[in-house]
Design a protein around this ligand. Structure first.
Ligand code: ADP
Ligand code: ADP
Length: 233
């Protein structure tokens, strides 16, 4: 069964007196273990689509199934609960809570999963070690470099052992060397079995994915697998 199944998904936002169609007629299947790059010009709907995939918002129309579960009609609380057990999300701007140390930021998602306090700390420290930040556990976000902050954010996304990892321009705010190390980290997570969807502006990043979905004007413009002829949608 696919990780994500979108059928005719649309998203409209109110804008001024009218509405803007951020997504229209998006039909996509993402299989377990895929690494998908989501590309397209600014305003094409990439972030909107990633947010829908992560259940941070609901489509205006159409169906979205996550891990076989139809999410149509779920309440915000039900979507949060489902997301909290299955999806890790990495933001361009890291989104760390500034008043919490690195390990407390990483441990945050485990609170909602009902993990005991002692185990939360142990798992957060273990995850920080995996991203190479064991010795920064007690540091505050303001004491870390951008690359270190993003590694903390990745550790936070991974601590729940997500089946689906979503990343919104994860290297957009980093210099290219630091960005390359973040990409290696995400690829290592993918290699261990997670499904990875990355929004990117970078052709270099997209080239490392096995599949590239291009959005334009809120629609799927192309969907290409490495080594396969392009299919237009
Ligand atoms: P991308 O990530 O490809 O740059 P977005 O998904 O951010 O595109 O935006 C797609 C369209 O939806 C744009 O026209 C944008 O202005 C609009 N949009 C995105 N988020 C909102 C929102 N919260 N409220 C109103 N309009 C939005
Ligand atoms: P909210 O209540 O605003 O949804 P939470 O209290 O659940 O946020 O989480 C606090 C912060 O931890 C959020 O800003 C979010 O960025 C981050 N977070 C929570 N769960 C995850 C996750 N599975 N992957 C990545 N970041 C997460």
């Amino acid at each position: 069964e696919p990780v994500l199944e979108l059928q005719d998904v649309a998203k409209r936002y109110p804008k001024g007196q009218g509405m803007v169609d951020a997504l229209q007629g998006v039909t996509l299947r993402i299989e377990r273990g895929e690494h998908v790059a989501l590309v397209g010009p600014s305003g094409a709907g990439k972030s909107t689509l990633l947010y829908l995939m992560g259940l941070m918002d609901a489509p205006t129309a159409g169906r979205l199934k996550l891990l076989g579960r139809d999410t149509t009609g779920l309440s915000d609380a039900e979507r949060s609960r489902l997301r909290g057990r299955t999806v890790g999300f990495v933001f361009q701007s890291f989104n760390l809570l500034p008043h919490l140390s690195a390990w407390r930021n990483v441990a945050l998602p485990l609170r909602y999963a009902g993990v005991s306090r002692k185990e939360r700390r142990a798992r957060a420290l273990e995850m920080l070690a995996r991203v190479g930040l064991a010795e920064r556990a007690e540091h505050m976000p303001s004491e870390l470099s951008g690359g270190q902050e993003q590694r903390v954010a990745i550790a936070r996304a991974l601590v729940i052992r997500p089946q689906l990892l979503l990343a919104d321009e994860p290297t957009g705010n980093l210099d290219s060397d630091t960005g390359a190390r973040i990409l290696e980290l995400l690829e290592a997570v993918h290699a261990r079995g997670a499904t990875l969807v990355t929004v990117t502006h970078s052709a270099e990043v997209a080239a490392r994915a096995q599949r590239t979905v291009q959005l334009r004007n809120g629609r799927v413009w192309s969907d290409t697998r490495a080594g396969a002829p392009e299919a237009r949608g």
